[in-house]
Design a protein around this ligand. Structure first.
Ligand SMILES: Cc1cc2nc3c(=O)[nH]c(=O)nc-3n(C[C@H](O)[C@H](O)[C@H](O)COP(=O)(O)OP(=O)(O)OC[C@H]3O[C@@H](n4cnc5c(N)ncnc54)[C@H](O)[C@@H]3O)c2cc1C
Length: 248
């Protein structure tokens, strides 16, 4: 798809957590995307004022399916934000928005990549990471799965997006998931509560000698901290790809 503005229609909406929801957009001209890419969304007010924000595509693409023209965005509402509260609380099925994409060629996972993959997500940074998980695990039937590990940091169990889907994939040994809770864990949680630290990287991630490609996504400070911990643990900077979502 050329990167020009297109009209997308909201065809369904799923609530993920109290503050996040997935919006399924139908884009008739959609020709597919690579896991990890994003879209720009443009909103225009009645007075002509426009606001543009980027949102990662959380769904994987399969041209053979009937929903090949549908793209899923998973959006976390930022308090006092200009655009995300509208997308999370006001946008309804049948509404239209302008979108431009797919965009991005570095923070992507391609099916040809069979090396170990280390995924690290903070909060809504799980969106493009989930596209990678879904794209990779969809290939299981063809025996072409890349070994995936995911370190997912959230404030509490209630704020974990895609928690059930991830538990199911973990139970089937399709992705090894380690959760990190920064404010409070589930009842009886045996691990430390707090931000991702060096010990989490050693315990939950592929070791540097497995040469995993690492994908780190989330709020800027989270990404910088996690990428720094990977380098300190011995991972090569060239194998670390990052996507920063915002200033906090
Ligand atoms: C490539 C890319 C992909 C993205 N994908 C997603 C996605 O899949 N899902 C998603 O929910 N967001 C995603 N974002 C973030 C998104 O583009 C917006 O920045 C976010 O929704 C906030 O927009 P807003 O208009 O509500 O807030 P704004 O009015 O722009 O900002 C309000 C306040 O919130 C702060 N802020 C902005 N963004 C964040 C953030 N992410 N976390 C914490 N504080 C923030 C700002 O510094 C400001 O102080 C992505 C960003 C990029 C660059």
């Amino acid at each position: 798809m050329a990167v020009t503005w297109q009209i997308a229609t909201v065809v369904s909406i799923r609530r993920e957590t109290a503050t996040a929801r997935t919006i399924v957009l139908r884009i008739p001209t959609w020709r597919g995307h690579i896991a990890g890419q994003h879209l720009d969304v443009r909103l225009t007010a009645d007075d002509g004022y426009t606001a543009v924000r980027s949102y990662s595509i959380a769904s994987s693409y399969d041209a053979a399916t009937s929903d090949a023209h549908d793209v899923e965005l998973t959006i976390e509402q930022i308090e006092d934000g200009e655009v995300s509260p509208y997308l999370v609380t006001h946008l309804s099925v049948g509404d239209s928005v302008e979108v431009r994409g797919p965009i991005g060629g570095w923070f992507v996972w391609r099916p040809q990549q069979t090396e170990p993959i280390q995924l690290i997500a903070g909060g809504s940074g799980i969106a493009p990471i989930m596209a990678m998980v879904r794209a990779s695990t969809a290939l299981v039937a063809e025996g072409a799965i890349a070994p995936l590990r995911l370190l997912y940091s959230v404030r509490s169990p209630a704020t974990a997006i895609f928690a059930e889907e991830l538990r199911g994939l973990d139970a089937r040994n399709l992705v090894e998931v380690t959760m990190v809770y920064t404010r409070g864990g589930p009842e009886g949680w045996p691990r430390r509560i707090g931000r991702v630290d060096a010990a989490d990287i050693v315990v939950a991630c592929w070791p540097p000698d497995a040469s995993p490609t690492c994908y780190v996504c989330g709020p800027t400070a989270f990404v910088e901290s996690a990428a720094g911990l990977l380098v300190e643990a011995g991972h090569l900077p060239d194998l670390i790809r990052t996507e920063r979502f915002g200033s906090v």
